[in-house]
Structure formats: C-alpha cells, structure tokens
Design a protein around this ligand. Structure first.
Ligand code: ZN
Length: 327
C-alpha cells in the first residue's frame, strides 16, 4: 500500500479531527511565500488520502486503485519524491484495483470515449474545510445544513477572511474525485443566494453513486441531490453532454422534477432522452426532493420516488399533466 506518511515532512502534528498538518510544500510553486505555520493538511484513510493547503489552497487526492492525478503527482514532486518512485507508486496503485475500482475505471474510460472530461478547478479563495467541531463561527453553517437535512459527511467548505464579504456554504463539485467547480450558498439573506462555477456538461453527484446501485435519480438542484445521493443537472433542462455523462454511468435513470414550471421543462428533457420520470403526489407545500426529505425522511422519500416511477411517452405525459394542474 502506498503510504503517504513516509513522504511527509518529519515535523508534523495531528489534529483531533484527523488532519496531519505540516509546512506546506506547495505554496512557493503557486506564487505564495513559504509556509511556516504548518498550513498543509493531509487526511489519510486505509485506501485514500486527500491534501489541502490552507495557505495557497492547493488540493490533491489519491484513491488506491486509481491513477495518480496530475495534482497528486505534483504534490509528491514538491515533497521531494523522485520521478521513478512516483511512477512506481502509480503502478502499485493500479495493481491494487478492486472489483469496484475496475468498474469505476471502466466508467472513466467510457466517459473519456464519450468525451466527458472536466478540468481541475481551484476552490474559491480562502475556502477552508467546514470541520465538525461546531465552533461559534461555524454554528450558523452547521445549523443551516441541519435545517436543510443535508448529509453531514459531505466535505462542505466555507470562506473565512476579511476580504470575503459574504458568509455561506461552499459545496465543492467533484468528478472522479477531482475538484472541477463549486457552488456557494450564501446564508446572509442577500442576493444572489448562489454563485456557481460549473463547467459545461457537468453533472453533480456522479461520485456519490455506487456501483451496486441499479438506479440513479436525477434532480435539478445540488441540495436535492445531496440529500438522496442523486445527480443534479443544475438547470431546468438536461443538455446533450450531461445526458452523455448520465448515460455513461450505466444505470436506470429516474428524473424527479421540482413541482414548479422549471420542473415541467425537466420532464421534457427526460422525454427527449427516454428516461423514466417520478412525480410523487406530495402536498402543495412540498416543492422538491429536499422539502420531502426534511418532511418525511430520506427512506420514505426514496420509496415514494420508486413507487411513482413511470416510463414511456404516454404515461410520462399523463403525469406531467397532473403536475401542470397543481402548479
Ligand atoms: Zn500551499
């Protein structure tokens, strides 16, 4: 097993939340001065690690069974790991591919063939991981997460700096566990409520899908997707490249529209691509999956989605008409 610990600087400390911190090797390569306050952080598990620099915001991660990413390779170089050692680590990782890893790799290859690729993006400036220690500063963010019934284990972030005027939750967008964008939900009551960095064709939530799952549920919004491990297309329609990406997951697709005008458009997309649609008969005050999860819980919501699933033009159009009448 590739043990990152052996490459980290000897001078390091471990925080209660499991981060190993040490002087970051990245900053001088990114136009910042040398870190002297141990602002590089690495979190290690059995078969993966992730790195985040709280000084220059460089991030990198590694998952056993996968190729080393470009950013992970650079990090290792900066840590002084020789090039041939890096190549050896990469081969070693691929040799440990599990069945799931192989399946994921196949999906990745399919996605590449289908031309689904996203560039690695930086997180917004001064973004830091929202740690579970619910300090005073974090309290309103955590209570927002709780109020919206979002899973607590997603790596939410926040921006804390005098140059950052607004307060909100940053949700990193990942694809194949690489950060490719983000959305920020502000909780200060001012407009706009969201700002978003999403690449064309991006679908949120592909990394939340499990190989053993038969279905993937497609919704419009990030928070709807997060609370049921679904996919979010981030618009009220599904474009061609998003559909290619969704197809490459090789799942049965169920589109769950919001109960509003935008939802009707999402149904039209589902019809266009031949996906199933589910419109559970929620009461009027429940407008989307997130509302339903907060009201009924996740399992009941999922059951109602599966029970109301319809396919084929005629049945979907009937369900669409019922929804149209309600809104
Ligand atoms: Zn750095």
């Amino acid at each position: 097993m590739f043990d990152i610990l052996q490459y980290l600087p000897a001078k390091r400390k471990q925080t209660a939340s499991g981060w190993i911190s040490f002087n970051a090797p990245c900053c001088t390569h990114n136009g910042e001065s040398q870190d002297k306050r141990q602002r590089g952080g690495c979190k290690v598990s059995d078969d993966s690690w992730s790195y985040h620099c709280f000084n220059c915001n460089y991030t990198a991660s590694f998952l056993m069974g996968r190729n080393l990413s470009f950013k992970a390779k650079r990090l290792l170089q900066w840590l002084g790991v020789p090039q041939d050692e890096i190549e050896r680590i990469n081969l070693e990782s691929l040799r440990h591919r599990s069945i799931e890893g192989i399946a994921n790799e196949r999906i990745r290859i399919t996605q590449r063939l289908m031309n689904v690729q996203f560039e690695e993006r930086d997180l917004p400036e001064f973004a830091e991981l929202l740690l579970p220690e619910k300090s005073v500063w974090h309290k309103d963010l955590w209570s927002y997460i709780e109020k919206r019934c979002l899973p607590e284990d997603y790596p939410y972030m926040f921006q804390q700096h005098e140059q950052v005027a607004r307060h909100g939750i940053v949700v990193p967008f990942t694809h194949n566990n690489v950060i490719v964008g983000h959305t920020t939900r502000y909780i200060d009551g001012r407009k706009p409520k969201y700002i978003q960095d999403a690449q064309p064709g991006y679908v949120f939530g592909t990394d939340l899908q499990k190989d053993s799952w038969q279905y993937a549920i497609v919704v419009e919004g990030v928070f709807d997707a997060l609370c049921i491990n679904g996919l979010a297309v981030l618009h009220n329609e599904i474009n061609q490249s998003q559909s290619r990406l969704i197809r490459s997951l090789e799942k049965d697709i169920i589109v769950v529209p919001d109960h509003d005008e935008a939802g009707l458009k999402l149904i039209d997309s589902a019809l266009e691509y031949g996906y199933s649609v589910s419109i559970p008969d929620w009461p009027d005050y429940i407008k989307d999956v997130n509302d339903a999860v907060c009201r009924y819980g996740r399992l009941t919501t999922l059951l109602s989605i599966f029970e109301n699933r319809v396919s084929g033009k005629i049945k979907i159009n009937m369900a669409r008409k019922r929804l149209q009448k309600k809104i």
